[in-house]
Design a protein around this ligand. Structure first.
Ligand code: AMP
Length: 359
């Protein structure tokens, strides 16, 4: 999607991905190599600017490249975002409310943290967790040992945080972009619904957002962007609890909930990310239409029902199918977010792929 946004702007893009099937290879030059591979480093160091759209690129590689050319967003933002403990501490330092948390290195510390935070709680691996992986919800005391036994063998020492489980009303994300001159723009808040820990549906604009809540989210995003002297797109995932927002996660990159900005915003998150890192003026971020997005996970359905629906846009990433993998998405634009959601849910039933998880 970055490649598709960059091409009409006249940008020459080179992608590095260890996977030779990476979708970027279908539309742009792909160096299929490990991130630290010599050929990959040479290809990247030649670029005017290097960016990333995946948190788990090795930090030492981004630092090495940063010695040769510009890396944006700054590697420090990546370092913080890929470690839940650093991330939560950063929220706390910046005065951004977040669920109560403790760092946990051993089973004994887990017990101590639970007695401080109380139940229910969520044990999370600090690193390498995404889409709900590396997490265990601990609802009652009988689940503590099992959670530890399940997660601890896969992660090293000092590898966890424990968070209070929040009884949120809904999940939201704010996508913001900061340009090279420090100008900040925020897309309207998006509501996100998950299935099995994976983003299922995004709704924009999130219905029922008060001006106060919007301002609060924008202020949180701005504080993060300025803290890192950030350039590019950043997404902040939030829990709405009553009239309050609690920060869950920071993504130093274009975000799945922002895929709908391709059709529903004046400038997509992908184009704005590229404009920012290249040092060009940012584009307008207002929505040109309400829209809802459905992720297509595990198997791709026949696109015909989506193609036949006015206002719907079908995206196939050209990835090999695999259980739990995001293979594409559909965005439905409509006159209101509620109408978009209704149409999307009807479409979901029609898109049900035989043996697939889509819908
Ligand atoms: P994460 O990988 O941290 O985004 O977590 C994946 C999903 O788990 C989130 O989108 C929430 O639905 C849920 N979750 C994560 N942390 C908490 C929490 N502290 N309280 C309640 N639900 C949570």
């Amino acid at each position: 999607m970055l490649a598709l946004a960059g091409h009409p702007l006249g940008l020459e893009l080179v992608f590095v991905d260890p996977n030779p099937d990476a979708p970027a290879g279908q539309v742009a030059e792909l160096v299929a190599a490990d991130y630290g591979d010599a050929a990959a480093l040479r290809a990247l160091e030649r670029c005017d600017v290097v960016t990333y759209e995946f948190e788990n690129v090795p930090l030492d590689v981004t630092r090495r490249i940063a010695a040769a050319t510009r890396v944006l967003p700054p590697p420090r933002a990546l370092e913080v975002a890929r470690d839940r403990l650093l991330e939560k501490r950063c929220f706390r330092e910046l005065g951004i409310p977040t669920p109560a948390f403790r760092d946990v290195g051993t089973e004994r510390e887990l017990g101590e943290a639970l007695s401080e935070l109380g139940l229910p709680a969520v044990l999370k691996a600090r690193r390498q967790g995404y889409d709900g992986k590396g997490q265990a919800v601990i609802e009652d005391a009988s689940a503590i040992a099992a959670a530890w036994q399940r997660l601890s063998p896969d992660y090293g020492a000092d590898a966890f945080i424990l968070e209070s489980k929040v009884a949120f009303e809904r999940e939201l994300s704010i996508i913001a972009v900061r340009g090279a001159a420090g100008d900040v723009r925020s897309y309207p808040l998006i509501e996100n619904r998950h299935r099995d820990g994976i983003l299922d549906v995004s709704i924009a604009p999130a219905p029922g957002i008060t001006p106060e809540l919007a301002r609060e989210a924008e202020a949180h995003a701005r504080r993060l962007l300025e803290h890192f002297d950030y350039v590019g797109v950043l997404a902040l995932e939030l829990f709405q609890v009553g009239g309050r927002l609690l920060a869950n996660e920071l993504a130093p990159r274009v975000h799945n909930s922002g895929h709908l900005t391709i059709e529903a915003a004046s400038t997509s998150q992908f184009e704005n990310h590229l404009r920012a890192i290249v040092g060009w003026p940012l584009g307008a971020v207002e929505l040109t239409t309400p829209a809802c997005m459905l992720n297509l996970v595990g198997a791709l359905p026949d696109p015909a029902p989506a193609l036949a629906l006015g206002g719907a846009h079908f995206h196939d990433y050209g990835k090999p199918a695999r259980r739990g993998r995001k293979l594409g998405h559909v965005t439905v634009c409509a006159s209101t977010a509620e109408l978009g959601l209704e149409r999307l849910e009807r479409l979901r039933a029609e898109l049900r792929a035989p043996g697939g998880e889509a819908g």
